[in-house]
Design a protein around this ligand. Sequence first.
Ligand SMILES: O=C(O)[C@H]1O[C@H](OP(=O)(O)OP(=O)(O)OC[C@H]2O[C@@H](n3ccc(=O)[nH]c3=O)[C@H](O)[C@@H]2O)[C@H](O)[C@@H](O)[C@@H]1O
Length: 436
Amino acid sequence: MASPPDTSKTTKLERYNSYIRRVNSTKLLAASSKLLFRVTLLVALVLIFFFTFNYPPLSDTPTSAGHHVHTTSHLLSSAFYGSGASWEKEVRRSSTPRRPNGFSVLVTGAGGFVGTHCSLALKKRGDGVLGLDNFNTYYDPSLKRARQKVLKQHEIFIVEGDLNDGELLAKLFDIVPFTHVLHLAAQAGVRYAMENPQSYVSSNIAGYVNLLEVAKNADPQPAIVWASSSSVYGLNTENPFSESDRTDQPASLYAATKKAGEEIAHTYNHIYGLSITGLRFFTVYGPWGRPDMAYFFFTKDILQGKPINVYQTHDNKEVARDFTYIDDIVKGCLGALDTAEKSTGKGGKKKGPAQLRIYNLGNTSPVTVGKLVSILESLLNVKAKKHVIKMPRNGDVPFTHANVSLAYKDFGYKPTTDLSSGLRKFVKWLIEFFAL
Ligand SMILES: O=C(O)[C@H]1O[C@H](OP(=O)(O)OP(=O)(O)OC[C@H]2O[C@@H](n3ccc(=O)[nH]c3=O)[C@H](O)[C@@H]2O)[C@H](O)[C@@H](O)[C@@H]1O
């Protein structure tokens, strides 16, 4: 009988190999669980980032060509406009009308001068008002915040956001069936356009188009009333300015963007049946006004004993403006809203012709800048340190003068405040507000 083979060596070797395999597989297991852990962590982080910066949930913004756009800034900006049920509740509450057949109005630029006054007037008569404002720093935003506080006291909520945030706008229209948009958000100011031209393109053209894109897709489509400007008359020599006069010679980029807005309005009215009314405001002034405007900084400078520059034309003529008091402008805006017909389209499709209007809202009696200064001097009881200089070539026009017969005919617009009475109210407010 053969003896069994000696397996003692093989067994040692096998034991050794099996030991090595065990060590290797333990190492492999440890390494793969580490990898799995890291991958899981990464996925979790990506998901956390996605949901944090994208709430409320994404809804693509359709473009006119049916494309959908998503931008990074869009994604990020949306993170800041509040979230969840309480934010939506505020939006709904603010925009709900409190009178039978009341309007539900989205007021863009609600933290601005005209926006604040119009929002209050609409709310007072029982309309629902939702504000939108980006609180930019073109002028001291603390004044805008103070206006916001007043609106809050009257239960008007301002959503903080930019016109260029299509997703935010679409979200607002998803929540509220706005009957009207009062579009007052803009980059204002004639002279600043030489310093920061892109801001005019971004607000007055890109932002405006963004708003119209969302409005035309809305169901119901709102009627739109928006702020154009007397500056569109540019180098027009007719006097007074009528809506049928030439507006193809803008003297500033600001004026050019407002004129472009009027043409863009035609397009959206023509293709999508949006009802659109443009209002050409003439140098609006009054309490809560804009600190970048001459009447405002003249008053402050005169009170502080600082010199002021009074412009003259290059042929030594006085410069004049059809200064219009804020309460008259508010009446004009409400008149335009009240007579705006419904848009005829739905969800981006036109169903029939819609209303397209343009009106001057001015005071019908121009006053020279020299006279403005002398009124301020007597109201403040301080002599101004006046420097009369030639108007810099910065986009200013020599005079403005509104013919408002069209606005009178269509919605009874009739300015009632002369410059002295209006400035008296402004000065009173300014002294109280700044504790001067
Ligand atoms: O009606 C309009 O469409 C425009 O009215 C104002 O523009 P503007 O009339 O130029 O108002 P201010 O900048 O307050 O100037 C008023 C007058 O004071 C003059 N001015 C301005 C500044 C200055 O230092 N000195 C001076 O004499 C200007 O030439 C102008 O005649 C607004 O700033 C624009 O946003 C608005 O669109």
